[in-house]
Design a protein around this ligand. Structure first.
Ligand code: ADP
Ligand code: MG
Length: 693
């Protein structure tokens, strides 16, 4: 058998391919441009384009595309063939430097939140040489950024790159100020991706899954996840074959897929990659989601990336692990053997605490969506209140530092891996609190609120920007002092006092924390409707504008798009429920009731008891009438949302009126489901969906 690792990255025009295929000076010019973020000359672009084309054609590619990440949250591509007619009319392959560097897709069908007037519907894509080109399904994909005629960002990649530059700049200033200069600081991310698999043949029989990627009806099966026998459970042969192919495909595309396991709910799984720079991790996570979906289809499954495909079962999230690394690969959040003496570590830790305390509303807002609302704040997912968990030992350490007491390390068991890669904090202290939305896990932060279907770009843009802001304030203060290190210690103590209210080690799911958070004056932003408007809060507009991450217009456009998408998603769900009610559920339950009533009359004719039939018929008739009325009420709610004066009002109506009406309709239908004979129910039940893998 061929060694699967040998094909790692074979579909990527990465460093090895560049080095072997480009003339030395072109290779160096390209590397410099990537490292220093400088634009490339037309000549260099031309040479790179020719080499890329030859490489891609040898690998069987026929087309190229500018691959970009518009505000839909998924990726976009428009394929062009390399083919052009040659002098004698026979086909030749061509790909110019200009085609590599710039594209002009019609942008009018991508959301722009009002940034682009119809008379300037063109958008531009520009090659981002910091991301490697790769081949996907016979097409050479060139990572690009996407912007409007007036230069405003229409994608998620541009602000992400801007925010990475910000962190680099401010971290370097701070490190110099404390006398520990370095050449470059890069935000690193590793996104653990949760997902569900369902059989394709069953999926296709349910309109809610087809249109909304989640079930809108479905009674709970007798067995859910209560026995806790799924987490890390054995994987069926069919699913194992899917995972092997998924890993192999991801490796060929240069993605270090590392860990695959079964998750808490039946039918739920997780894939974790090895972490990389935040921009590569963002690209790779998009690619992972796409390859997951396509590979699943080949194995007779559909991969569901929705945040809550099944009510009463765990939802799917995406833990965004985040840290800062220097050019030499040193992790700035590595506590080392003596964290209390590690000033650099303490300052970076403190910058994160300050950042989250001052801008927790942005962290909440950047994961707000209709889908994630179904998950956040349940008893199985991070709450919608943001707090930071540090673990007992770090908490004790920083309180003693804050109080200027000597720190006495407790005598907890320490991990002595001997490899120097494990943080030497007590083993049980680092990642104990799984209820925390934002936890320090040894040498990185784990932001657990991102939804399974969401791009990790937004979370990383916010993290980089808010930490960049804190570092910039620290640097401002420390740069102008005589003794940077002493000043740093004072700053550290003061900032901790100011921001410790964001630290919480208790159970974040508890009612007690809700009360306590209110006392600490932390806003609870329970749903997208409360959270999204925070994006355009004055302090947040100022923050993004100050650092050139989003102009005010760019930020407003994003807010408008998110809110609109919330209304659209909930409205489509409501319409799908109505359609399923009228065209599937009502006909089915009416047919079953007809059978019951004919059985009841036959029995009456025979003068035998028909008590069971009559009782069931009565109960079902009452439920059916209520279902019909409830559908009518939901229809009216839809009209109200359509007639709303603005998007925010429409969103509030969705949350306050439409979602409760949908919940009521579902409850009635689910009761009817368990009263109806199996053969009559018009679509596959939870039991079939979850237990047929
Ligand atoms: P768990 O399930 O306990 O959260 P996993 O091992 O499944 O842990 O996932 C941890 C994730 O964190 C992986 O994707 C890993 O690559 C990533 N990670 C590890 N170290 C860092 C780091 N320094 N910066 C960013 N991500 C990291
Ligand atoms: Mg995790």
């Amino acid at each position: 058998m061929e060694n699967a690792f040998e094909s790692f990255g074979e579909l990527v025009f990465g460093d090895a391919a560049m080095r072997s295929r480009l003339p030395d000076e072109t290779y160096r010019a390209l590397k410099d441009a990537i490292r220093l973020g400088q634009p490339l000359s037309q000549d260099v672009a031309g040479v790179v384009a020719a080499a890329m084309k030859d490489w891609a054609i040898e690998k069987g590619a026929t087309h190229f595309t500018h691959w970009f990440q518009p505000l839909t949250g998924v990726t976009a591509e428009k394929h062009e063939a390399f083919i052009v007619p040659g002098k004698d009319g026979s086909p030749v392959a061509a790909f110019s430097g200009r085609e590599l560097a710039m594209g002009e897709p019609d942008a009018s069908s991508f959301p722009s939140g009002g940034l682009r007037a119809t008379f300037e519907a063109r958008g531009y894509t520009a090659w981002d040489p910091t991301g490697y080109a790769f081949i996907k399904d016979g097409t050479l994909c060139i990572p690009t950024v996407f912007f409007s005629y007036s230069g405003e960002a229409l994608d998620k990649k541009t602000p992400l790159l801007r925010s990475m530059e910000l962190v680099n700049r401010e971290a370097l200033r701070m490190l110099s100020a404390i006398g520990e200069p370095t050449a470059r600081v890069v935000p690193m991310a590793g996104a653990e991706q949760e997902y569900f698999l369902v059989k394709r043949s069953l999926y296709e029989q349910r309109r809610d899954l087809l249109f909304c990627s989640r079930t809108l009806f479905g009674a709970k099966p007798p067995k859910g996840q209560e026995l806790e026998d799924h987490y890390y459970g054995a994987i069926s042969a069919g699913v194992a074959a899917f995972m092997r192919e998924l890993d192999a495909e991801l490796w060929r595309h240069g993605v270090y897929a590392k860990t695959e396991h079964k998750e808490v709910a039946p039918g739920q799984y997780e894939l974790a990659p090895v972490f990389s720079s935040a921009s590569a991790a963002t690209d790779h996570n998009q690619l992972t989601m796409e390859i997951m979906r396509n590979t699943a289809l080949r194995h007779g499954y559909v991969c569901l990336l929705h945040e809550k495909p099944f009510m009463r079962l765990n939802g799917s999230g995406k833990h965004n692990n985040w840290s800062l690394a220097t050019e030499t690969g040193e992790n700035l959040f590595e506590p080392g053997a003596a964290p209390c003496e590690n000033l650099r570590f303490l300052l970076f830790l403190c910058a994160v605490i300050k950042a989250v305390d001052e801008y927790y509303d942005l962290l909440r807002a950047c994961v707000a969506s209709a889908g994630n609302d179904c998950r956040l704040g349940g008893q199985e997912a991070p709450p919608s209140i943001v707090s930071v968990f540090l673990g007992d030992e770090l908490t004790a350490l920083i309180s003693s530092l804050e109080a200027e007491e000597a720190y006495r390390p407790n005598c907890g068991r320490t991990i002595e891996s001997g490899l120097g890669v494990m943080p030497r904090l007590s083993a049980h202290n680092t990642d104990r609190n799984r209820t925390s939305p934002f936890a320090f896990t040894g040498n990185k932060f784990e932001f657990r609120m991102v939804g399974a279907s969401q791009s990790i770009a937004d979370a990383n843009i916010v993290l980089n920007t808010i930490v960049g802001q804190a570092l910039s304030e620290f640097a401002d203060e420390l740069e102008n002092t005589e003794n940077g290190r002493e000043a740093a210690e004072r700053l550290f103590r003061r900032e901790l006092k100011n921001h410790k209210r964001i630290l919480y080690s208790g159970n974040c799911y508890s009612e007690e924390w809700k009360k306590e958070a209110a006392e600490r004056e932390l806003s609870v932003l329970p749903t997208a409707v409360e959270a999204l408007p925070r994006l355009v809060d004055e302090k947040n507009v100022r923050l993004f504008a100050r650092h050139g991450i989003f102009s005010e217009r760019e930020l407003y456009s994003r807010y408008e798009i998110q809110l609109e998408s919330y209304v659209k998603v909930v409205s489509i769900e409501a319409k799908t429920m109505l359609e399923m009610t009228h065209r599937d559920i009502l006909p089915a339950v009416i047919a079953y009731q007809a059978e019951l009533s004919s059985a009841a009359s036959k029995k009456a004719g025979l003068r035998v008891s028909n008590a069971a039939e009559t009782a069931l018929l009565k109960r079902m008739t009452a439920l059916t009438d209520a279902l019909y009325e409830s559908a009518d009420a939901l229809d009216k709610r839809l009209d109200e949302v359509k007639a709303a004066c603005c998007t925010l009002t429409a969103a509030a109506l969705c949350k306050e009126k439409m979602l409760p009406a949908m919940a009521e309709l579902r409850e009635l239908a689910d009761k009817l489901e368990v009263a109806t004979a199996r053969g009559y129910w018009p679509f596959p039940t939870y039991e079939e969906l979850l237990y047929s893998l």
